[in-house]
Design a binder for this molecule. Structure first.
Ligand SMILES: Nc1ncnc2c1ncn2[C@@H]1O[C@H](COP(=O)(O)OP(=O)(O)O)[C@@H](O)[C@H]1O
Ligand SMILES: [Mg+2]
Length: 344
């Protein structure tokens, strides 16, 4: 099901949690809402579900204005971070619940409900555990039951709000891979909320990056990582350094000195230069940035070096872990890939 959010504003006691948010969710995609705590992710998800009413703006399901529809009419599957399963019900009863409570006219026969629930438990790889109770399962297993329960009603849209947030790192990584594989098999339109960029980049077809109740950028993971559309996105996704620069005579200057990078004619006179630690070359001669090593640490196969630059500025660059330059106290370097944003 396509879902279209248009110009939605949501206020809580006059406090705007969302400002003029518009988002097109494509049928069958897995889209992540990514942003820091308080950026409005849960509020947007609850508006799509029908658990909140927008202050202004509309929500469309397909071509139909669904703004006034209830949660049931929207046919939403929902999984929360702490989705309390029904403790007094077996796993099978939990998964069957959404179908059993349907009005008689749309309720499948008991045998069919049981068959479907067992099929879903097989899908989430919990076959054989249907007689257990929630307290007899691990946290990761419980969230898989919650997902099976959400899928049982054959939802038009599946909404997941930090579903793995309470689980430890190892289990999270496993469930992330598993969710992606399951999505590829079932093809439900899925909106996944997370504040974990690694999770969002690895899992989703597209990311919607949010900050302070606004959408900063929507795009596939490569686009978001390689061409961030704003200083916020550059700083929030991946590692980066930023330095204040000026543009004059077709080149960039840091602290008044040329650094050997060209500037477009239309580049802002005062700008911020953003680059990632691994997008840097060491320079033997000619104009460059110059930093004093203040610290270094091993990051996987490379060494991340912290540098102090003139004017109290800092930058981080990656070097091969055995690189001779680490022994020297001054390092001359130049970003190989970078982006400029107007100074605010
Ligand atoms: N029911 C509510 N009443 C008052 N303020 C709320 C309510 N729900 C959310 N907010 C506020 O709206 C903002 C966005 O919250 P939320 O959508 O939960 O962010 P996120 O999920 O990205 O952490 C926050 O400042 C939060 O305090
Ligand atoms: Mg939230």
């Amino acid at each position: 099901m396509d879902v279209r959010v248009t110009n939605v504003r949501k206020e809580f006691d006059r406090f705007p949690a969302l400002h003029d948010v518009s988002l097109d969710i494509v049928s069958g995609e897995l889209i992540a809402l990514l942003g820091p705590s308080g950026s409005g992710k849960t509020t947007l998800l609850r508006l799509i579900a029908g658990l909140e009413v927008p202050t202004s703006g509309r929500v469309f399901f397909g071509n139909t204005d669904a703004s006034e529809w209830s949660v049931q009419q929207r046919n939403i599957g929902f999984v929360f971070q702490h989705y309390a399963l029904f403790r007094h019900m077996s796993i099978l009863e939990n998964v069957s619940f959404g179908l059993k409570v349907r009005p008689r006219s749309t309720r499948p026969p008991a045998g069919e409900i049981r068959r479907r629930a067992l099929e879903l438990l097989d899908l989430v790889q919990l076959s054989g555990l249907e007689k257990r109770y929630p307290n007899q399962l691990s946290g990761g297993q419980r969230q898989r039951v919650a997902l099976a329960r959400a899928l049982a009603i054959e939802p038009a849209v599946l909404l997941l709000d930090e579903p793995f947030g309470a689980l430890d790192a190892q289990v999270r990584r496993e469930l992330r891979k598993w969710l992606r594989e399951m999505h590829d098999r079932t093809g439900h339109t899925t909106v996944f909320v997370t504040h974990d960029q690694e999770e969002a980049l690895e899992l989703s077809d597209r990311l919607c990056v949010m900050s302070q109740g606004k959408i900063e950028q929507v795009g596939d993971p490569d686009t978001i990582y390689d061409t961030p559309g704003s200083p916020f996105v550059f700083g929030f996704i991946g590692e980066s350094s930023q330095l204040p620069v000026t543009t004059a005579g077709g080149e960039l200057r840091f602290d008044g000195q040329s650094i050997g990078l060209p500037a477009d004619a239309n580049a802002p006179a005062n700008a911020r230069l953003f680059f990632r630690p691994h997008d840097v070359d060491l320079v033997d001669s000619g104009p460059s940035l110059l930093g004093t090593v203040t610290a270094s640490r091993r990051v996987g196969g490379t060494r991340r070096v912290e540098l102090a630059l003139d004017g109290g500025h800092h930058a981080e660059i990656d070097l091969p872990f055995d690189h001779a330059a680490i022994e020297s106290s001054r390092i001359a370097f130049r970003p190989r890939r970078w982006q400029l944003f107007a100074a605010s």
